[in-house]
Design a binder for this molecule. Sequence first.
Ligand SMILES: [Zn+2]
Length: 63
Amino acid sequence: MVKIQYKACKKCQFLTEEDVCPKCSGDTSREWQGYVYIVDYTVSSIAKSMGIESNGRYALKVR
Ligand SMILES: [Zn+2]
C-alpha cells in the first residue's frame, strides 16, 4: 500500500509531493497540519484571508 506523503510549502503553504514548491520554488516541509482545498479562489473567503491566488490544496499550518 502506497501512501502519498504531501509536503507543504513554507512560503505559500501549497501542498505538493515535490521537495520544491511548483508554484513559488519555496522549500517544502513535512511538518504541517490540516488543509483546505480551494476550488475557486476568486470566491473563497478562506483563500482571501490566507492570501491564496490559485486553486489547489493548501496547508493551514506549516512549521
Ligand atoms: Zn510555494
